[in-house]
Design a protein around this ligand. Structure first.
Ligand SMILES: Nc1ncnc2c1ncn2[C@@H]1O[C@H](COP(=O)(O)OP(=O)(O)OP(=O)(O)O)[C@@H](O)[C@H]1O
Length: 400
């Protein structure tokens, strides 16, 4: 064959190989729809050129900026450490490539606002038109069942994921936001002091060395500064994670399920700490443990299937939830419980212990009139009868 033809074939082959490789790299870095990524990879490689590429770019690839790779994230962290964009994020840094978030309304009260935020993963709608408003100094509890979209929302807020729709507006610079992922992990051979010192370097070059001891002290780990992270319990790791966020003295703390994996003692310690931090900082925490929100938050957002069902003061939500009540009588109360179960104005009777009942009522006024009479009729002593305006009832009403 003519040597010139070899050159032509070689050049065409190189172009084909380069475009296929570029498409595969693009596939690795973008969210896709309709089919899983391995199937799109097979289509790109196996379907006759360039049909596979066209199918992927037209049908499969979701619009939007690439998801940062681990390498990219590490490079971003290094650049931030060099002072280009300090940020306090634990576990998964904010991408430098993220466009600067537009400022929230300059009313001095709002720290974080989202407008019509949407996020899809293929066919899964993780966020659907979320309009979140976090006011300065508030402790905001984002609650929702598994898969509701809590983590996705926090990742979008912190710039770790791009929204498919809508916008996030911040009234504080990103480096004044500390983000604690749900299960923080550290190199096991680093001591607690070294972990926090590393976070200090990554957060901002001008943070004084003394901030490390101060952050460890705030989370109650001052005495453990020289202990290796590998020997820490889950509760201690969670507190160490908080220390890495606090070393940059953030204005806003975003915490993803901070107490979910902890035993009661660890949970108590972390909740007490969050309660203390909430006195001086704006705190946004996600959880599905309603008691935690009721304990440390003044504002609540209820998210379900990607939609914000309620947002506002916790007290307002509880004030509008009057359909449950607690009834404590002296046991035995089997006959009373049977009568209550037959009552048309009661939808649920749960016995939490001997004589300790929790009732969900459909007609509160009738329940208030008839329950004391029923108790007397069955000869039980009435020890407590009060509306239970608890978050669990409100939450169940909102998401049911
Ligand atoms: N990277 C991803 N790829 C595909 N789907 C995802 C991805 N991340 C989240 N999802 C989906 O988005 C929805 C919301 O998930 P998300 O993790 O935000 O919920 P969550 O409220 O934090 O749940 P949990 O309380 O269980 O952590 C779920 O249906 C989940 O399967």
């Amino acid at each position: 064959m003519d040597p010139a033809l070899w050159w032509v074939f070689g050049a065409v082959g190189a172009v084909i190989a380069a475009t296929v490789v570029a498409a595969l790299v693009d596939l690795a870095r973008h969210d896709v729809r309709y089919l899983p990524k391995p199937v799109w990879a097979a289509i790109i490689v196996l379907v006759s050129y360039p049909t596979g590429l066209i199918l992927y770019f037209v049908l499969g690839r979701l619009p939007g900026a690439p998801v940062p790779t681990a390498d990219q994230a590490e490079r971003d962290m290094a650049e931030r450490a060099a002072g280009r964009e300090p940020i306090s994020v634990l576990g998964a840094p904010l991408p430098l490539t993220a466009p600067a978030a537009p400022a929230a309304p300059d009313d001095g009260r709002t720290v974080l606002v989202t407008e019509g935020l949407g996020k899809t993963f293929g066919d899964t709608v993780a966020l659907d038109g979320v309009d979140l408003v976090v006011t300065k100094g508030s402790s905001y509890g984002l609650i929702g069942p598994n898969g509701a979209g809590k983590t996705t929302l926090l990742y979008v807020l912190t710039g770790l994921r791009k929204p498919t729709l809508g916008s996030v507006r911040l009234a504080v610079p990103r480096h004044r936001i500390g983000f604690l992922v749900d299960t923080p992990r550290f190199e096991p051979w680093l001591t607690a002091g070294e972990v926090v010192d590393l976070a200090r370097h990554l957060t901002g070059p001008d943070i004084p060395e003394g901030a490390v001891a101060s952050a460890l002290d705030q989370v109650g780990l001052a005495a453990e500064a020289d202990r290796r992270a590998g020997s820490f319990s889950r509760g201690m790791l969670q507190r160490l994670g908080l220390a890495t966020c606090l070393v940059g003295d953030p204005e806003v703390l975003i915490l993803d399920e901070p107490a979910a994996a902890l035993d009661p003692v660890g949970r108590r310690a972390v909740l007490d700490l969050i309660g203390r931090l909430a006195q001086t900082k704006t705190v946004l925490l996600s959880t599905h443990i309603l008691a935690d929100v009721q304990e440390v938050c003044d504002t609540v957002g209820v998210i379900d299937k990607g939609r914000l069902r309620y947002q506002g003061p916790l007290a307002d939500l509880l004030a509008h939830t009057r359909s449950a009540c607690l009834l404590h009588v002296r046991p035995p109360c089997t006959a009373l419980v049977e009568s209550l179960r037959r009552a048309s104005w009661l939808t649920e009777v749960a016995e939490h212990g001997p004589g300790r009942l929790r009732l969900v009522v459909s007609d509160a006024e009738r329940a208030e009139r008839e329950i004391p009479a029923l108790v007397a009729e069955h000869g039980n002593s009435l020890m407590l009868f009060q509306p239970a305006t608890d978050l669990e009832t409100a939450f169940l009403e909102l998401v049911s």
